[in-house]
Design a protein around this ligand. Structure first.
Ligand SMILES: Cc1cc2nc3c(=O)[nH]c(=O)nc-3n(C[C@H](O)[C@H](O)[C@H](O)COP(=O)(O)OP(=O)(O)OC[C@H]3O[C@@H](n4cnc5c(N)ncnc54)[C@H](O)[C@@H]3O)c2cc1C
Length: 420
């Protein structure tokens, strides 16, 4: 019988974890050994584990007290897209820097008039010898201000229907012509940005998945986004360190970035936070509160069973169509339920939020986790495709319902009516 990966990772940590290493040194060990991305294939710096086993490995790492992998959009999206569609040379060039956190990535997909209608994007990439010249505007670009590389979707052919003339490029974010401007959200943070691209250069060799084939490649990126976010990837990491050359964490002491598991409440929707708040406020005996906590708990459990079912089906060579879309919809619903319950528990206190993260207020950390969650809660039902878009995909691609009417699948992009 194969070894349990949790035992293996514990042994690896016993032999290798040292809080006095720099973040860079530690992530080199972690990434090169396959433990930074254990669900990735073995020939792509992973260990070929199921998502459920990979999550167990992450939990084991957190419980051990070691710094987890850097996370970010490189591990979540760019890496899986590149090992799915990239050439062997591209995998060798990009993946090591992703699993070792040396380079950070951003996703330059959405545009002011192309969000749900992503295939309507208007950023142009025009060939110039061995390079392409890119002009256009992106928006809602998470982490663009700290990114070394961008996953860029641009239009390379106007004379074919809109889904057929798009290309997925890896673009170097450190070059003139890329102007990143922060956008502040309700939480007070500026997680995402507008990105203006003016005569930006991209090498033809940095096209991932082939010229004009970007729609298929982008769908891979989005499938990993939905499945990853639906699985609550952001909740699991035991790392406060961020990847890439811009943030400046790589040469710092690794031990200083280990996050205590309990403090990772930001963005997490779950019954445990609500139980803690209800107890703290002396409301855990209230039957209505108990009922809502139980409802949230059931939602979580349904998600867990669905993941187990998906895993078993995959083992048997089958699939659960729409699993990623359903997982993401469930995550959005849990965020909404958590927000409603959390704000109900807090009452008038729910109108106050601790915006200043440089001055953490210990006594109100639990309550701030709830208000932070409430302010963040609209996000998950928008990013990675809105709830309505997930339902459209389930309807059309899983249930086989008729597509939305229109001639966009046959009309060249040049002749389509544009939103703006
Ligand atoms: C926190 C956050 C982070 C993000 N990070 C990134 C990122 O890193 N990179 C990136 O590229 N993008 C990012 N996005 C953008 C995100 O992908 C888009 O906001 C999303 O796809 C929706 O597009 P839109 O904002 O243009 O809304 P629109 O497409 O204008 O939608 C407006 C409303 O109309 C509904 N709607 C639209 N079309 C249909 C339809 N056909 N059927 C039914 N309803 C429809 C939508 O559901 C929505 O309610 C992020 C967004 C958020 C909130």
């Amino acid at each position: 019988m194969a070894n349990d990966p949790v035992d293996e990772v514990k042994q690896f940590l016993e032999d290798n974890w040292d809080p006095d290493l720099t973040v860079e040194e530690w992530w080199q060990r972690l990434g090169r050994s396959g433990w930074a991305a254990p669900s990735w294939p073995e020939d792509a710096y992973g260990r070929g584990l199921s998502n459920a086993d990979a999550a167990r490995v992450q939990r084991a790492m957190a419980e051990f007290g070691a710094l987890g992998p850097g996370g970010g959009l490189g591990l979540l999206l760019a890496g899986p897209t590149i090992w799915t569609h990239g050439t062997p040379e591209q995998k060798e060039r990009f993946l090591p820097d992703i699993v070792t956190g040396q380079r950070a990535w951003a996703q330059l997909f959405s545009e002011p008039v192309a969000g749900s209608d992503l295939a309507g994007l208007q950023t142009r990439a025009e060939r110039d010898g061995d390079e392409f010249v890119v002009n256009g505007q992106k928006v809602w670009t998470s982490s663009a201000h700290i990114a070394d590389w961008g996953m860029l979707l641009a239009r390379t052919n106007l004379d074919v229907p809109k889904h057929k003339g798009i290309t997925w490029f890896a673009v170097d974010m450190h070059q003139p012509g890329i102007d990143v401007r922060p956008l502040r959200e309700l939480t007070g943070r500026a997680l995402f940005n507008e990105v203006f691209l003016t005569d930006v250069r991209v090498k033809a060799e940095d096209i991932i998945g082939g010229l004009d084939n970007g729609w298929a490649v982008a769908n891979t990126t989005l499938a990993f986004e939905r499945a990853g976010l639906g699985a609550g990837a952001a909740d699991q990491a035991s790392s406060n360190a961020q990847p890439g050359t811009v943030v400046g964490h790589l040469d710092k002491r690794a031990g200083d970035f280990v996050r205590a598991r309990r403090s990772g409440m930001t963005f997490s929707a779950g019954s445990q936070l609500m139980i803690d708040v209800a107890r703290d406020l002396g409301k855990s005996g209230d039957p209505l509160v108990r009922q809502q906590i139980a409802r949230l708990h059931m939602e979580q459990e349904i998600g867990r069973y669905m993941t187990l079912r998906h895993k078993d089906l995959r083992k048997a060579g089958q699939d659960l169509p729409g699993f990623g879309n359903l997982a993401k919809l469930r995550m959005s619903e849990m965020m909404r339920q958590s927000r409603e319950l959390g704000l109900e528990l807090l009452g008038a206190r729910g109108m106050l939020h601790d915006y200043d993260e440089t001055q953490p207020q210990e006594e109100s950390a639990l309550y701030s986790a709830v208000t932070d969650l409430a302010l963040w809660s609209p996000g998950p039902s928008i990013y990675g495709g809105t709830d309505q878009v997930q339902r459209n995909i389930l309807g059309e691609r899983v249930l086989g319902l008729p597509r939305e009417p229109g001639d966009e699948r046959s009309t060249p992009f040049r002749d389509l009516r544009k939103n703006a």
